[in-house]
Design a protein around this ligand. Structure first.
Ligand code: G4P
Length: 188
């Protein structure tokens, strides 16, 4: 998507060999108008495919997922990474290891927000190694629901995320696909 690529070129910052810092419009401060446009585009891509719910993983996926869900007129469910005691014991859980952040956590979903008739669209900000998205797919399948696809704002195509998801039969849509970083500059 040209709009997102231009924003990345104008305001993104390349850190080291493989990290794109987008704190000014996605990860810390949010460009709300941009998110609304991205949500609209995401919704258009997946419209008419029988999606019943939009899922995201806290926290940076929430903004684009919210606008996507609004556009599709569907509920948004936020998968939790923190141990939320008030969720009770009726939960689906799966362990996710983040190589990027060198941490692991129990991705958690209360059982009453998914049923075996759900067809779920997962929306997130980044697709890197794809561990978080794969965890979301595991949770959805544990609940005997189906996955409509994964929509991400930014895919780092030089990392194995897309391959990992596609090998599980998941359709991946990326609004900006980064081939690599050359001399501190983003190459799409
Ligand atoms: P992983 O296997 O390395 O864990 O890859 P994954 O795709 O699951 O991404 C792990 C976390 O690192 C995600 O954030 C993802 O958004 C973030 N990330 C990966 N590459 C980049 C990058 O180049 N730039 C930025 N800004 N983030 C990146 P998270 O842990 O889900 O955190 P949150 O921001 O959503 O709270």
């Amino acid at each position: 998507m040209k709009l997102l690529e231009e924003k990345i070129l104008q305001e993104g910052e390349v850190l080291g060999e493989d990290i794109l810092k987008v704190d000014g419009f996605i990860n810390h401060q949010i460009d709300v108008a941009l998110m609304e446009e991205l949500g609209r585009d995401m919704a258009e891509h997946f419209r008419g495919q029988g999606v019943t719910k939009v899922f995201t993983i806290e926290s940076s996926g929430i903004a684009p997922a919210l606008f996507t869900a609004r556009e599709l007129g569907l509920p948004l469910v936020i998968l939790k990474k923190q141990n939320a005691k008030n969720l009770g014991t009726k939960v689906w859980q799966t362990e996710v290891v983040s190589y990027t952040k060198d941490i692991s956590y129990q991705l958690t979903l209360a059982k009453n927000y998914i049923s075996d008739s759900d067809h779920v669209l997962i929306v997130d900000d980044f697709l890197a190694n794809g561990e978080a998205a794969t965890g979301a797919v595991r949770l959805i399948r544990k609940a005997h629901a189906t996955v409509a696809g994964l929509g991400v704002l930014i895919e780092k195509a030089f990392q194995p995320g897309r391959k990992k998801l596609e090998s599980q039969g998941i359709h991946v849509y990326a609004q900006a696909s980064i081939k690599g970083f050359q001399g501190g500059k983003v190459v799409f």
